[in-house]
Design a protein around this ligand. Structure first.
Ligand code: V4E
Length: 218
């Protein structure tokens, strides 16, 4: 095991393994057929932030405020991207001090007293209506599988199959699982399905979008 793998094994935050899909008209029927139950219906606003030279997103770091809570999604291995084929793996940090530390490290600036004090720019903001379903736990399964059906207020719809794992060693199986569920939903595609932020950028921030495309970050 190399040192990067060792550090990822000791992560305090779980790794989110996800696969996006384009929901078909029968997706809810199919979910019910698989025994899924509706866990919740939630509506939230996400506002995403970056430095003027978009260094965070170019490093595949996604800082957002979801309603009143700061969250940072970043790849488990520094310098690597969080997506492999059509699936993604990101660590989600919600602890403010850890977010400040990561941003300061990534931007090469001293730690600020608050996230706001970095003076970052908002580059996207939209409201999502989410319906979250949970699939039944299979025998011997340790992790639950959830499926989100999201509708963003700029007229974009996307689905996501998500599994949370504790360390890098569990990622491969989780990737197989999210692929399997996409197939069962009849929505599997080999190539990545674009998410809400990428679509928002493409529509409203074409220059930022172009930079990320050229850097192969979206
Ligand atoms: C990680 C990332 C972005 C941040 C938004 O992440 P996403 O999972 O799309 O948002 P959401 O609202 O579903 O978050 P959740 O509630 O599940 O935590 S924007 C772009 N990326 C990188 C990325 C990528 N390059 N390719 C794909 C297919 N997805 C994400």
């Amino acid at each position: 095991m190399n040192s990067e793998m060792a550090s990822s094994s000791q992560l305090s935050c779980p790794i989110e393994v996800e696969r996006k899909f384009v929901p078909g008209t029968d997706v809810e029927k199919t979910l019910h057929g698989l025994g899924a139950v509706l866990l919740e219906k939630v509506t939230f606003r996400d506002s995403y932030y970056d430095s003027p030279d978009v260094l965070l997103t170019l490093a595949d770091f996604w800082l957002r405020k979801r309603d009143d809570t700061w969250e940072l999604k970043h790849p488990p291995k520094r310098g690597a991207t969080g997506f492999i084929g059509g699936s993604t793996q990101y660590v989600e940090v919600t602890q403010k001090d850890e977010i400040i530390h990561k941003i300061s490290e990534e931007l090469g600036v001293p730690c600020a007293p608050s996230i706001e004090a970095f003076g970052l720019n908002e580059f996207a903001s939209f409201v999502t209506c989410r319906r979250r379903f949970q699939l039944p736990l299979e025998e011997n399964a340790v992790t639950k599988v959830v499926v989100d059906l999201d509708k963003a207020d700029f007229g974009f719809v996307v689905g996501e199959v998500e599994v949370l794992v504790k360390n890098q060693e569990e990622v491969q199986n989780a990737m197989l699982k999210v692929e399997e569920i996409c197939r069962k939903l009849g929505s599997f595609r080999e190539t990545p399905v674009q998410g809400k932020v990428s679509t928002f950028l493409q529509l409203h921030r074409p220059e930022h979008y172009k930079k990320l495309m050229e850097a192969h970050k979206i």
